[in-house]
Design a protein around this ligand. Structure first.
Ligand SMILES: [Cu+2]
Length: 296
């Protein structure tokens, strides 16, 4: 109980050890997640230190000595009841505290939000925006590859899919991490308080090119966003993810020259949209079967 109380103090003050700083929080719910993270870290951290100190103390105190006989004890009922009930209470309190934040972030999607579709594949992020009709999955949709732009201050609801294996849509600064599972649609939402650039990382080891599965997240002013989206629509969309899945060519990045060859399957193009020659470990001919996926 004393450990619990000691742990609560710095957590309530919002402190973290100096060597454990989280990236700057961007989304409107990031602070709530950080608060629970810090609370759990302090509670488990203080308990960890108390337990390890006691362990070392008892190891030394009751070490083997010539002529000293071991003393039999069946234990202490009162102590056992205490160290069962106290952790149980801590777990229930943490569960109740997390429950509301979880519901706000994972279960209730904001209503006044922009809707997007993100389809993960080895090793790229396909982003789908509604076209002029404002609806997704219609012929006027705008598709980009690895470029997720959105207006600052607007809530974005992403419907997450995967074409091949399990990926994980990870926005560290937004405290968003969600698995993309083949055959499932999972929704996540986020928003940004500031204009800026961040990375979309894949947080699930998804094949040999996992380390290169990087997208770009850009929050910009509503005018800049409109302009950018119009440019993407005018540049001609890359092949939709569904066509590529059905055996069509792999998507090309928006803004790539129209006559540029599409990247090899599973190769994510660089941020500038220029298609480069993939390294040997990414070409379809190399290492068949090693990535768990044959290019279709
Ligand atoms: Cu991945």
């Amino acid at each position: 109980m004393i450990a619990f109380a000691v742990a609560l103090l710095p957590a309530l003050a919002g402190a973290l050890p100096f060597w454990l700083k989280l990236p700057p929080a961007e989304s409107s719910f990031a602070d709530e997640i950080d608060r629970i993270f810090r609370l759990i870290l302090w509670i488990t951290g203080v308990i960890f230190i108390v337990v390890e100190v006691l362990l070392v103390y008892f190891l030394i105190r009751y070490r083997h000595r010539e002529g000293r006989r071991a003393h039999y004890t069946h234990g202490n009922n009162r102590l056992e009841v205490i160290w069962t009930i106290v952790p149980a209470i801590i777990c229930v309190v943490l569960a109740l505290l997390s429950r509301r934040v979880w519901a706000d972030i994972k279960q209730r999607m904001p209503e006044d939000a922009m809707h997007l579709e993100v389809t993960a594949e080895q090793f790229a992020w396909n982003i789908r925006y509604p076209g002029p009709d404002g609806k997704l999955d219609t012929p006027d949709d705008i598709l980009t590859l690895n470029q997720l732009h959105f207006p600052v201050g607007t809530k974005v609801v992403v419907s997450l899919h995967s074409k091949d294996v399990i990926h994980s849509f990870f926005l560290p600064e937004f405290r968003v991490k969600q698995d993309a599972v083949p055959g499932m649609t999972t929704k996540v939402w986020f928003d940004a308080a500031h204009v800026g650039n961040w990375e979309i990382a894949c947080a699930e080891l998804c094949g040999l090119g996992h380390y290169r599965m990087k997208g770009f997240l850009v929050a910009e002013s509503p005018e800049d966003f409109k302009k950018w989206l119009a440019e993407q629509a005018a540049a001609g969309a890359p092949q939709p993810a569904a066509a590529a899945a059905a055996g069509g060519p792999a998507p090309t990045p928006a803004g790539a020259p129209a006559n540029a060859p599409p990247p090899a399957p599973g190769v994510s193009p660089p941020a500038d949209g220029k298609v480069s020659v993939p390294p040997a470990d990414r070409t379809p001919a190399a290492a068949p079967g090693q990535e768990g996926k044959q290019p279709s």
